[in-house]
Every structure is written in C-alpha cells, then in structure tokens.
Design a protein around this ligand. Structure first.
Ligand SMILES: *[C@@H]1O[C@H](CO)[C@@H](O)[C@H](O)[C@H]1NC(C)=O
Ligand SMILES: *[C@@H]1O[C@H](CO)[C@@H](O)[C@H](O)[C@H]1NC(C)=O
Ligand SMILES: *[C@@H]1O[C@H](CO)[C@@H](O)[C@H](O)[C@H]1NC(C)=O
Ligand SMILES: *[C@@H]1O[C@H](CO)[C@@H](O)[C@H](O)[C@H]1NC(C)=O
Ligand SMILES: *[C@@H]1O[C@H](CO)[C@@H](O)[C@H](O)[C@H]1NC(C)=O
Ligand SMILES: *[C@@H]1O[C@H](CO)[C@@H](O)[C@H](O)[C@H]1NC(C)=O
Ligand SMILES: *[C@@H]1O[C@H](CO)[C@@H](O)[C@H](O)[C@H]1NC(C)=O
Length: 472
C-alpha cells in the first residue's frame, strides 16, 4: 500500500514529464500526434434523434425511433458515454497531501525499478512511433528515443520526492493547489470535456456511467480516478435534477444510469447514491417511481413501449457496489448478473490494434461463452462494446511498471483512434455472434460513429427479434 502511495505521489511529475516529451515531439511535427487514420480523425456532428413530432397521430417514437418500441429493453442497444460526468473536474489536492504525509517510503527500491524499466518504455514507445509512420519519418522517432532515454532524471526526481516525503508533501500540496494546469486534467481525467449530461441527453446519449468518490466521509460526488489521483466533479443533486427535468419534458425517452467505479467506503457511497436516486426519481407526493423495477428476476424485461406507458423509464445498475448497499431497493439491478462488460477482456489494451484483437478473440469464441452462460445463469448475458483504450493515470503507472509503452497519451487522442472505423469493425464482427448487445460506450462521443453504429445495431435488433415484416 505504501509503495503504491509513493508511486502515486510522484505520478504527477511523471505524467507532466511524459507530457512535456510528448508536447515537444508534437511541436516538431504536429502530425506525430500519433498517426491516426484520417477518416477516424474527422469530426462529425452527432445525430439529433429528437426531431419534433409534428403529426401527433403518427406512431409513438421510443428514444426517437418508432421501430424499436416493441423491442424489450434488453433487445435494444443503448448509446452511452464512458465516465459520463468526467468534465470540469478539479484535482483533489487535499487527499494527495494527506496520503502523501501518511506514507512511509520504500524509495530506493522504487528508484532501482524505475531506472531498470525506463529504457524499455522508451524502446516500446519508439517502436510504436516507427510502426505508425513512414520510413522517412523515423528520424523523429529516434529523436524521441534519445530524449526519452536522457530523461531518467525522472527516476531521480521520483527518488527525491519519495525520500523527502514530509517536506516534499507540503511543497507538493501548495503546488497542487496552484500549479496543475487545466489541460493536464482535460488530457487525463476529462472523458467528456465541454459536454455535460444535459448536452449528452439532448444529443441522444441514453446510457450514463457515473463514477463516484466519497468526500468528508459522508457525501458521494461525481469524479474520475481513485486515491490521490482522483479528480472531483460536481455533487449528484444538480445532475439528477437535470436528468429529472429532461425526463419530465421528454416522456418518450428511456435511459439507463450505471454506477461503476468508486473511491471511498462502498457502504456509505452506495447508501448515499440510493437515497439520492429515491429523492429525485420517486415522486414524494404520488409515490410513483420513474425507475423501472422487477419483482421477479425471471420475468422477461418489458418493452420500451411498456416502460413509456408505465412511466418507468429509468433503469439503474450498480456495479461493484451492488452488494454493499443496505436495504437495497428493487429498482437497483446488478451489472454482473445481467451483462459481461467488454472491459473485462479489453482492460489492458492501449492501442486500437490491441482493442480490435481482443474483441475479435472474444467474439470468435461466442459459442462457448453462450454455452457457459446458459450453464451458469440459465440465460445468455448481454454483451457490451466499451470502445475505449486506456491510459488513465493508473494505466501509466502499470505501463511503467510493466515496461510497456504508455502510447498516445491524452484521452482525446486515444478516443480518436477507436471512435470511427475501429468501432464499425468491432460491430461488424461481433454483433452477429451474440444475441444481445446492451450498450456501446465511448469517450468523446461528439467525434465518433456512435449514433450511426447504434442505429445500425437497432435495425438489426428489430429484424432479429421482431422479424422484417415491420416497415423500415
Ligand atoms: C398524420 O398522419 C396520419 C397517418 O399517417 C395521416 O392520415 C394524417 O393525414 C396526418 N395528419 C397531418 C395533419 O399531417
Ligand atoms: C482542502 O483543505 C483546505 C484547508 O484545510 C480547505 O480550506 C479546503 O476546503 C479543502 N478542499 C477540499 C476540496 O476539501
Ligand atoms: C532506442 O535507443 C537505444 C539506445 O540508443 C537503442 O539500443 C534502441 O534500439 C532504440 N530503440 C528503437 C526502437 O529504435
Ligand atoms: C465515517 O462514517 C462512518 C459511518 O457514517 C463511521 O462509522 C466512521 O467512523 C467514519 N470515519 C471517519 C474517519 O470519520
Ligand atoms: C409529482 O407528481 C405530481 C402529480 O403528478 C406532479 O404535479 C409533480 O410535478 C411531481 N413532482 C415531481 C418532482 O416530478
Ligand atoms: C405497469 O405498472 C403496473 C402498476 O405499477 C404494473 O402492475 C404492471 O405490471 C406494469 N406493467 C409492466 C409491463 O411492467
Ligand atoms: C426478410 O425476410 C425474408 C424472408 O424471411 C428474407 O428473404 C429477406 O432477406 C429478409 N430481409 C432482410 C433485410 O433481412
């Protein structure tokens, strides 16, 4: 634990150093911002599925699409965002400083490890650079290799911070309050900068993924990251209010809210979330709940039309906190019980190629996965396409430890490598191999093929589950 903390404490310096390298490099030639497929890099404007319904007698449109109303909730593919509330985050300096002060250093060992693996990372990164650019360009990669190697000052800085924990923590604390540039947060922590939940709802996002962190030992706030590398967002209240107002104003929309990662006591956090959900989405006067619940887990899911008719249009999933919440309400569903998150087999992927390979490998064995689900659960769980490659601060740490390349660094760069053709390829290969695809979820959705791909999947869902006799 202490080791980890020491590691985390210096992580910022590492990150900033790596960024400086990266920035220097991209200034020499901007197109080295990792050679992204040109088509992938094009910005597109997202669909706006909520075109007003001029003729009131035309059929009901469910989430903007009349053809999917009679699909059951689990037969629909829902377009979502990853770390939906990761914007306008603020680094939690107080926590860093506290943990920093508590830590006892094992620095020399860390230093040795750092020196040992540093060259390997430079090599890996250089190799990626060379693979992704034409021959005439390789001198740039060599330049990078050289700069990278000359900077094992990084390890020394780490050692210095680590061995002067107490003194440095105070300095770091002050620096943290003042000096962390906003772009560092945008680069590493903000999955959806400039696109708050209301905008996402208006654009057609129908599935949200909220990470939460405990503050003051009593309140869960939206956030991204864990431990000293966590960055805090807003309270739940304003976001839930935005969602409630949208749902009341748009009675034909069905949304999903997932609570995934947490940082802090799981019982306090899960109880807090449950009570806030009840406060906003159960009408205090009438007792009506906007949240769908099922008394009998063996009963099939209902259709979007039924959810709309019954005004139970919010589906809530708890991930790892499902078993921590006390007096759990029947409108909380378990992530693990219902679906397999693709992150479980793509979690180590740092490049688009690796991501595609993971999906292809997994989807190729769909027959045995389906069989095993039938044996374990008596039904086939839903699949997901979580179309993200990681370099979160923790991934950088892992990368350094494992001597792997951290790859292109900022969330936006990473998203652009996978949000277009890569996504289409995964869909094309995987979709026919499993009965249910519950969600497609990514970062920077406004630069992606998300809505196009989900629309295609839902057209196929209609044919698969309702037959192709219905119009369109
Ligand atoms: C609305 O749609 C119905 C059925 O398609 C059609 O019969 C009717 O004329 C339309 N009304 C208007 C005002 O467009
Ligand atoms: C951090 O600590 C300072 C001083 O103790 C306090 O004023 C501030 O509110 C704290 N910030 C957060 C986000 O807890
Ligand atoms: C990086 O530089 C080192 C030392 O000069 C060299 O041995 C290594 O092959 C270089 N890596 C690549 C991928 O070119
Ligand atoms: C945090 O709150 C829990 C219950 O609300 C309490 O049992 C625990 O002692 C508190 N921890 C701290 C450090 O205050
Ligand atoms: C609760 O329901 C009543 C009656 O339908 C309605 O007037 C009121 O606006 C609802 N309250 C909220 C917070 O939605
Ligand atoms: C709609 O709500 C009613 C009353 O809560 C319930 O009895 C019924 O089962 C619901 N319909 C569906 C399809 O869930
Ligand atoms: C619709 O169904 C018919 C007969 O089942 C089939 O021949 C045809 O290819 C299907 N069309 C599409 C678009 O799947």
């Amino acid at each position: 634990m202490d080791r980890i903390r020491c590691y985390y404490t210096i992580l910022f310096i590492l990150i900033i150093q790596i960024l400086l390298l990266y920035v220097n490099l991209s200034q020499q030639n901007p197109s080295l911002t990792f050679n992204i497929n040109k088509r992938d890099a094009q910005a597109v404007t997202p669909n706006t599925p909520n075109t007003p319904n001029i003729n009131q007698t035309v059929p009901l449109k469910c989430n903007g699409d009349a053809t999917i109303c009679d699909l059951r909730y689990d037969q629909v593919t829902h377009p979502g965002t990853h770390n939906s509330a990761a914007y306008d985050l603020v680094f939690d300096c107080n926590l860093t400083v506290r943990n920093c002060l508590n830590s006892v250093s094992v620095c020399s060992k860390q230093y040795a490890q750092c020196v040992l693996t540093y060259g390997m990372q430079c090599d890996a990164q250089t190799t990626v650079c060379k693979q992704r650019s034409p021959q005439w360009y390789h001198w740039i990669c060599d330049g990078f290799n050289k700069t990278c190697r000359s900077s094992n000052a990084l390890c020394a800085a780490w050692n210095a911070v680590c061995t002067n924990t107490d003194r440095v923590c105070n300095v770091w604390g002050n620096a943290c309050q003042v000096d962390i540039p906003e772009w560092v947060l945008t680069c590493f922590w903000d999955n959806n900068p400039g696109y708050p939940v209301l905008r996402q709802l208006q654009d057609g996002i129908r599935l949200f993924d909220f990470d939460t962190c405990l503050v003051n030992n009593e309140t869960a706030v939206l956030c991204h990251g864990e431990n000293p590398v966590r960055a805090l967002g807003g309270e739940l209240d304003p976001t839930f209010k935005v969602i409630l107002d949208f749902m009341n104003a748009n009675p034909n929309e069905v949304i999903t809210i997932e609570f995934g990662d947490i940082d802090g006591d799981a019982v306090i956090i899960s109880n807090y979330i449950q009570s806030k959900l009840a406060q906003y989405f159960i009408n205090q006067t009438t007792g009506h709940s906007l949240m769908y619940s099922s008394a009998d887990p063996n009963r099939p899911w209902i259709t979007l039309r039924e959810m709309i008719n019954n005004n139970t249009r919010i589906v809530v999933f708890f991930g790892r906190i499902y078993n921590n919440v006390q007096n759990r309400q029947p409108w909380i569903f378990s992530t693990r019980e219902w679906f397999t998150e693709s992150f479980s087999y793509t979690g180590n992927d740092m490049t688009a190629e690796q991501l595609v390979n993971s999906f292809n490998g997994y989807c190729a064995s769909s027959d045995s996965i389906i069989q095993s689900d039938m044996q374990t659960y008596g039904r086939v769980r839903w699949q997901t396409i979580d179309d993200t490659v990681g370099i979160l601060p923790t991934n950088i740490e892992d990368a350094l430890r494992m001597g792997k390349s951290p790859g292109p660094i900022c969330l936006q760069d990473l998203a652009l490598t996978v949000n277009f053709d890569v996504l289409k390829n995964i869909e094309a290969y995987c979709f026919p191999r499993f009965p249910y695809f519950f969600r497609v979820r990514l970062d920077h959705y406004w630069q992606s093929s998300l809505f196009e791909v989900v629309k295609k999947m839902n057209q196929q869902n209609v044919i698969k589950f309702l037959g192709n006799t219905t119009n369109t």
